[in-house]
Design a protein around this ligand. Structure first.
Ligand code: S3P
Length: 176
């Protein structure tokens, strides 16, 4: 099925747990593949003119999730994008349906240990604020695993690989 997965100008949507490499891979795809990128978290911050921790703090997670769904929905009409989705975007069935309609869904997988190494110094993720440890990450990842797996068209393991390697592997899978 030569080129089938990426036929036409379908969007590529990156999903996966916090710290799975979605933002870094989207930037790499942008360079190599000349696609525009949209980072849903960044769009939310721009639109709301405040940080994600501020949104969670003042208006709660449900408000954040509603904004996430609105932005994802708006992207459905666009093509040729690499979309980096927040780690919790797969929690709503409605979001997964939008993703499936708008392009190829790529699940970036990392172990809890790898995730922890990548996020341990980061203060911008409210869900990890008081829980930035391997045990909590393991539990939350397990809870979400089936959401990620059932949404995915392509799965890529990211542990012990460079951004460059992951990007190459993904491009091969997209065009095989
Ligand atoms: C979240 C992941 C974050 C961000 C928000 C909630 C989650 O995005 O959307 O903090 O529920 O997993 P990243 O996966 O880009 O860190």
């Amino acid at each position: 099925m030569s080129g089938e997965k990426c036929q036409g100008s379908k969007n590529i949507l990156l999903i996966g747990f916090m710290g799975s490499g979605k933002t870094a891979i989207s930037k790499c795809l942008q360079r190599k593949y000349r696609r525009n990128i949209i980072d849903i978290d960044e769009e939310i911050v721009k639109r709301e003119k405040r940080t994600i921790p501020e949104i969670f703090e003042r208006d709660g997670e449900a408000y954040f999730r509603d904004t996430e769904t609105t932005i994802l929905g708006e992207l459905e009409a666009r093509t040729n994008l690499v979309v980096s989705c927040g780690g919790g975007a797969v929690l709503r069935e409605e979001n997964v349906e939008i993703m499936k309609r708008s392009g190829i869904v790529v699940y970036l997988v990392a172990t809890p240990e790898t995730v922890y190494e990548r996020v341990k110094d980061c203060k911008s993720r409210p869900l990890l604020k008081e829980n930035n440890n391997v045990e909590f990450i393991t539990r939350l990842m397990e809870k979400r695993r089936s959401n990620y797996e059932s949404a995915a068209d392509i799965v890529i393991q990211t542990d012990d690989k460079s951004i460059e390697q992951i990007c190459e592997e993904l491009m091969k899978k997209l065009f095989e």
